[in-house]
Design a protein around this ligand. Sequence first.
Ligand SMILES: Cc1cc2nc3c(=O)[nH]c(=O)nc-3n(C[C@H](O)[C@H](O)[C@H](O)COP(=O)(O)OP(=O)(O)OC[C@H]3O[C@@H](n4cnc5c(N)ncnc54)[C@H](O)[C@@H]3O)c2cc1C
Length: 275
Amino acid sequence: MSARPRARLLQVLRIVERTPQMRRITLGGADLAGFTAGSEGAHIKLLFPPLAGEAPVLPMLGERGPVWPEGAVRPVVRTYSVARIDAQAQELDVDIVLHGDEGPASRWALTARVGDSLGLAGPGGPELFRADADRHLLIGDPSSYALLCAVIAKLPGHARIDALLEVPDAEEVQPLPQHPGLTARWISRDGAPAGPSLRLLEAVRGLPWPSSDRVSATLAGESAQVVAIRDFLLRERAVAKSMMYAVPYWKDRWDEERYHDERHRIMDEFDEAQA
Ligand SMILES: Cc1cc2nc3c(=O)[nH]c(=O)nc-3n(C[C@H](O)[C@H](O)[C@H](O)COP(=O)(O)OP(=O)(O)OC[C@H]3O[C@@H](n4cnc5c(N)ncnc54)[C@H](O)[C@@H]3O)c2cc1C
């Protein structure tokens, strides 16, 4: 069997507190060589060691998929987004929401120190927006902050952009990239839980909707909210599936192990609805 590493082993270079509930972690190391430049917003898998400070065991890529060393404790895998990649300096930023210590990724980010190791696979994922649209709708929460910033930064100066971001409280509001066509609104939940929140949906409902506009929607965040907004755009605003990036990133009160299959079911259902 010819095996080669399936993931990169990186080290924490810097940690910046962006808000009380978000840390920007800069990862680097020789293993970043060849990482796709310009891939901000793309999906990546982070492989967390069982204990902070340890190096995660990484799989090799065998002929029939990943191959793990015998008896190895496998890392916990979570999906994140590229916030910034500097291929030349071999640095990659990830913006990680700190939502407590019950989730292994959030727990790792809370206690991470410069020099800690982390595995990374990717980048990948679907197209983030439709470049041929007249107007761009960007909808999300702190988990999709890196994605939405990446889309704003990639859109040309003549693009018209409406960005709506829901945050747990006002302290989580952050700067967005400068763009001449950007109208942004931050919506605070004032500490209320994310799953039942209808504030983002109401804000989307309230947007003016000239019928001539060809709209591209980039939508990601809490599952119940993403599904409700996606269905609203599809059914009541006639935004075609081909014009949407609509990905539920996490589900209130469900950890990723429990939510993973449900996310794929939701996305398959969406594909079938458009078939
Ligand atoms: C394509 C994609 C890109 C993503 N990009 C990012 C990114 O750039 N930055 C980022 O922070 N997240 C991102 N996420 C979301 C991230 O993968 C999830 O939040 C993940 O569940 C975190 O894992 P965990 O181990 O911390 O918590 P888990 O073990 O999965 O969950 C433990 C508990 O925490 C809750 N929880 C999980 N996520 C959140 C959250 N964001 N806010 C509040 N409560 C939460 C769960 O409901 C559960 O009750 C992305 C997800 C996808 C699918």
